[in-house]
Design a protein around this ligand. Sequence first.
Ligand code: CDP
Ligand code: MG
Length: 735
Amino acid sequence: QPARAVDLVEEESGAPGEEQRRWEEARLGAASLKFGARDATSQEPRYQLVLEEEETIEFVRATQLQGDEEPTAPPASAQAQQKESIQAVRRSLPVFPFREELLAAIADHQVLIIEGETGSGKTTQIPQYLFEEGYTKKGMKIACTQPRRVAAMSVAARVAREMGVKLGNEVGYSIRFEDCTSERTVLRYMTDGMLLREFLSEPDLASYSVVMVDEAHERTLHTDILFGLIKDVARFRPELKVLVASATLDTARFSTFFDDAPIFRIPGRRFPVDIFYTKAPEADYLEACVVSVLQIHVTQPPGDILVFLTGQEEIEAACEMLQDRCRRLGSKIRELLVLPIYANLPSDMQARIFQPTPPGARKVVVATNIAETSLTIEGIIYVLDPGFCKQKSYNPRTGMESLTVTPCSKASANQRAGRAGRVAAGKCFRLYTAWAYQHELEETTVPEIQRTSLGNVVLLLKSLGIHDLMHFDFLDPPPYETLLLALEQLYALGALNHLGELTTSGRKMAELPVDPMLSKMILASEKYSCSEEILTVAAMLSVNNSIFYRPKDKVVHADNARVNFFLPGGDHLVLLNVYTQWAESGYSSQWCYENFVQFRSMRRARDVREQLEGLLERVEVGLSSCQGDYIRVRKAITAGYFYHTARLTRSGYRTVKQQQTVFIHPNSSLFEQQPRWLLYHELVLTTKEFMRQVLEIESSWLLEVAPHYYKAKELEDPHAKKMPKKVGKTREELG
Ligand code: CDP
Ligand code: MG
């Protein structure tokens, strides 16, 4: 291993190596190729930290995001900030001077659109103002929705602290499988999906005096559906106040949708941000990220760094790489605190990102796009943006949904850059070229409703008695084919009858806060007498992909530990096995540690399982166990997931109905076995369409669980079909 020189040198950059590029292509497929274009702007040399010869990223300054405040010196030290009382911080937020005006506007109008720069205090302050103003008298509640669970949790925690109350008392949060509210809770932060479910038990939201649909610009599926439902409720509840809060994007559209509701603008407070682009496209953005963070750390004045990556796995990998390098560089560099943040991050870890950076050190927060607008972290001066995000995409023609890493939109890139200019003039380093920004990024992100399957939402709307979905008041309607397919799928699952009406079984499925296919699987466990096992499988699937721990320095041990859990039949049974053994250990954390299993994920699975178990009675499923007869478990899973099936053909796996080529994920226990028939939990598109969590099935089960969906003919063995038909007949003739 060559010694690593830490030096400040003036460097000429070269194009990324061919090998590195191939590696990147293999990893990211089409997405990365989109950034393949060259840039030929300024040739200004820059100072860089050289770790290894090929390990330098060269940026060129290109544009500036205009601020409305003059550049200032970096902010006062974190300690000074902390000394300020929490009330003084509240008074310093941009929304504060508008408190009275805002309350007056809310009093005057039933629906108000509120637009303000991220970090201006919309989420944390406005519900408090309403509380102080008496909107929660007579036991009424205020709801504030967030598209992301982490945001709901952390914002509620912050507001509880500001109000000096215990989280879960006056202020609480409610996210799927986790309710931190009580009888006393009047300020409820909740995910948009949870408010949607509130409609099931309280269709007119009668216990709420105010509903604030926050982060409206995110345009998540659930937020979009909420718009339609709330607009309707507001018509027959004139005293209900509706607030739609958004970053400075798209607010005119919200106003139009809500019958020209007025827009209240909170003037921004934004410092200029210098934008830098890479001179040449970067081959491996993860590696480039790590190098750039260290470059910034060594060459730039104080100020924390925010890095945008696409998901948990990537974030954990980047954090590990960063920590690893810092360890090796040792005292040659100042202290760098590496902190991850993503949707499933446990709350104790979430709190750490908001703690002030100790003097002399620098903090780097590695986040998903949750930090784009939902969370504001104080002290960020540098933003590092590789330009990607993870997006769901849906093909209504084939009914296939997949998660893909794709380039983010220009709007996203600019929101990200804006995060650097909140406390002082900042810098944003984009790991792509100015040319790519100009020519390859879409202007805005397509609303989720147009790129996801709608089974869930259609089932919910049907349960709310909304039958005519084609004429539902959508801000942007979903593609007609997607709606149609959702109806078809719900029919196949037995949730709707041939007239499109909700069946008894459909009503039960809507009771469970999970996807229709998962609900169906749970309902089917009654028939196959294995609800104990199915509950476990359902819970484990919901914490998906983060069960096994694979530290870099113990890869072999970790992989062996994982293989030890393999059971014939497939990944769902492996998950069941892990959980069962963990339960037998008395839910021990030591056991997890020894078996390279993530204790936190298991604890969450246990929570989810308990909650689902609590709902079984409502859907009339009794507790029962298969007593080791796993065929029953597999059949119950098939009863829910018969839509997600693939068969092995001469040219690899093809989905049964759509004939699409798919592959078993290399992490799967069935990767080497290649069974003839299988079902998968989800498809993830990276370099290929990978099936994640696969289970071996028999084709005859498909006829057993979904006779209305499959015809015996489709399930014939393709090789048997090729046999000359004559043979049998000839024998008969002979006989
Ligand atoms: O919603 P908006 O983006 O307008 O702002 P906010 O989320 O209400 O943030 C207002 C202030 O609260 C910011 O200065 C945040 O840094 C701070 N905050 C915090 O310290 N901890 C949280 N968990 C959330 C917000
Ligand atoms: Mg907010």
